[in-house]
Design a protein around this ligand. Structure first.
Ligand SMILES: [Zn+2]
Length: 65
């Protein structure tokens, strides 16, 4: 696991543990940036699965005729 970020990268202000944003300048913490990138990746995977499902159903529909 990555170590807990104790200070803001932008302004150097102290961060509360588990903070997503710096209370002083509003910059996102490293933890929040990582969570956002993970969320985007999960979203892309889910979107790909939906596309595959739609394509699969379209293929089944086309084959059945
Ligand atoms: Zn800051």
């Amino acid at each position: 696991m990555a170590q807990v970020q104790a200070a803001c990268d932008v302004c150097g202000g102290a961060l509360v543990p588990e903070a997503a944003y710096c209370e002083r300048c509003g910059a996102r913490t490293r933890r929040a940036r990582r969570l956002v990138s993970v969320a985007i990746r999960v979203e892309l995977v889910l979107f790909g699965l939906v596309v595959l499902m739609v394509l699969g159903f379209a293929w089944i529909y086309a084959v059945q005729k």
